[in-house]
Design a protein. Structure first.
Lengths: 114, 194
């Protein structure tokens, strides 16, 4: 048998070695181990919420949304006219700042003398 | 209503005895498929646990469009391939660590897989076959593993892999050609070394 034939024979043996393979036996107590894993994997509603919020896509979308809302509010407020200051009439100014007006206790006491 | 439909119904209602029956029925299938893919008993056991946890948690998403076994096969294959990817990442990290003086033992001497179901006189040949299988592209490896080691028909493999029958036959053909090439190189080197 030459080298090529020998190799071909070995390849054939390797390929058929899997033909009548028997089933491997599972380690005992698989169900117990699965149940233990299931108990570990049960998370509270807060853990679930923090896991969802903690996802980069959710976190970045939330942040982008917050920035967008802020920018919209700022732009909207700028486009609105600000509160108009009430115009004071000349007479009101005179009444308010006139030195003839009674504004001190002393003036009240001496108002009759004027 | 067949047995698997009853099991799914029980599971959807949160019936624990239904879950126990499901694990009993499919544990052998899940473990053996995972074992053939990852070629490590402890990892296969770990994957089997992950698969059943996933089945329990997502049974409500199972609409019954495919067979229950097909759905479980899909989960098993996905979990096994994910597990391999994680392991490869860890190995790469280990390699980087070894450059800085870490342990090189495992990298230089990868563990040889000894399938417990192989007959004693075929152990050596089977070991070479499993080593060669690891070098195949994922799809070819899955198709070959399901057909040769799990004994599933090409039609069912097509359902599991969500592809056509023709594609499975093509994958099997390419898998055999590639395996022959890998094994040829291996045996050629081995005989030349003697």
């Amino acid at each position: 048998m030459n080298k090529k034939e020998k190799i071909d024979d070995l390849i054939e043996q390797a390929l058929i070695s899997a033909d009548d393979i028997e089933r491997a036996v599972v380690k005992p107590f698989l169900l117990t181990r699965i149940n233990s894993r299931l108990n570990q994997s049960k998370e509270t509603i807060w853990e679930k919420a923090s896991r969802i919020i903690g996802k980069p896509s959710v976190a970045f979308s939330g942040l982008a949304m917050l920035i967008l809302i802020n920018v919209t509010v700022i732009i909207f407020n700028r486009s609105q006219p600000g509160p108009v200051a009430p115009e004071q009439s000349l007479q009101e100014n005179i009444d308010e700042f006139s030195y003839t007006a009674v504004s001190t206790l002393y003036d009240f006491e001496n108002s009759e003398q004027q | 209503m067949n047995q698997s439909e009853v099991l799914v119904d029980q599971l959807k209602q949160g019936n624990q005895s239904g879950f126990t029956a499901l694990v009993d029925l499919y544990q052998d299938m899940v473990y053996n498929t995972a074992l053939s893919i990852v070629q490590n008993k402890d990892d296969a056991d770990d994957i089997a646990q992950e698969v059943f946890v996933q089945v329990y948690l997502s049974v409500n998403t199972f609409k019954g469009e495919s067979k229950l076994s097909t759905w479980i096969y899909r989960i098993t294959i996905t979990k096994a391939l994910d597990h391999e990817k994680r392991k490869k990442r860890k190995k790469r990290l280990g390699f980087i660590q070894s450059l800085f003086g870490g342990d090189r033992e495992e990298r230089q001497h990868p563990v040889e897989f000894d399938h417990p179901g192989v007959q004693l006189e075929k152990k050596e040949s089977a070991s070479e076959l499993f080593k060669a299988l690891k070098k195949l592209p994922d799809k070819q490896r899955i198709a070959f593993t399901l057909q040769k080691l799990e004994g599933i028909s090409n039609h069912e493999i097509a359902e599991i892999m969500n592809t056509s029958l023709f594609a499975v036959e093509s994958l099997m053909g390419r898998a055999k050609i590639n395996l022959k090439k890998i094994l040829f190189n291996y045996y050629n080197e081995k005989i030349s070394d003697r």
